[in-house]
Design a protein around this ligand. Structure first.
Ligand code: SAM
Length: 179
């Protein structure tokens, strides 16, 4: 997880059973705002946490999360993973859909310099998703958790300094025109 300032507002997508949320509560303090979202119920946590039982791919997910958070998000974290069917194409498509949903939520909720962390799913869509992240964030990298076995393919996208490129480019091109 990237270092986040105390008091940060953070959305944790796919938060059950709550391990990341517990770390966030411990690190960010009582002034933080945390919203945990999952398809399944999560045991109540002490601290500044609101829990939503919600499918992150639902059309109203960004609005419901924004309402629960009550202010723009400093970070959106997604550890969502689909229930595996055992059919590779189906499972890859489900993983890609979760990545897209996390990006959509980040685009709607993040502060201009906010951070997005998304569990990645290796496959043909991976390069396209990286390109979509690069179009919207200044820096995009892949993180492989040290705790995972070296054979694990699990990784996370880390996208930060996330001025949406549209806004940043408009600002830059206006300056360019004047100069
Ligand atoms: C690997 S677990 C997350 C573990 C969690 N980060 C923690 O710290 O305890 C993945 C979670 O993604 C959730 N998930 C999968 N699809 C989802 C969806 N469409 N919307 C919300 N949560 C989803 C699953 O229910 C599961 O709890």
């Amino acid at each position: 997880m990237p270092p986040l300032p105390r008091g940060a507002a953070v959305v944790d997508l796919g938060c059950a059973p709550g391990a990341w949320l517990q770390v966030l509560v411990d690190q960010l303090g009582s002034e933080a705002r945390l919203v945990g979202v999952d398809l399944v119920p999560v045991p109540e946590l002490a601290g500044p946490v609101t829990l939503l039982e919600l499918d992150i791919t639902a059309p109203d997910a960004p609005a419901r999360i924004a309402k629960a958070l009550g202010r723009p998000a400093d970070a959106v974290l997604s550890d969502t993973a689909p229930k595996l069917s055992g059919i590779p194409d189906v499972d890859r498509a489900a993983g890609d859909e979760l990545c897209e949903a996390a990006l959509r939520i980040a685009q709607e909720l993040l502060v201009p310099r906010g951070t997005l962390v998304v569990k990645g799913f290796p496959g043909p869509e991976s390069d396209r998703f990286r390109a979509r992240l690069r179009a919207r964030f200044d820096r995009v990298s892949e993180l492989r958790p040290e705790a995972k076995r070296s054979t694990s393919k699990e990784f996370y996208w880390l996208a930060c300094s996330g001025a949406p490129s549209g806004r940043g480019q408009r600002r830059r091109s206006r300056r360019g025109t004047r100069a």
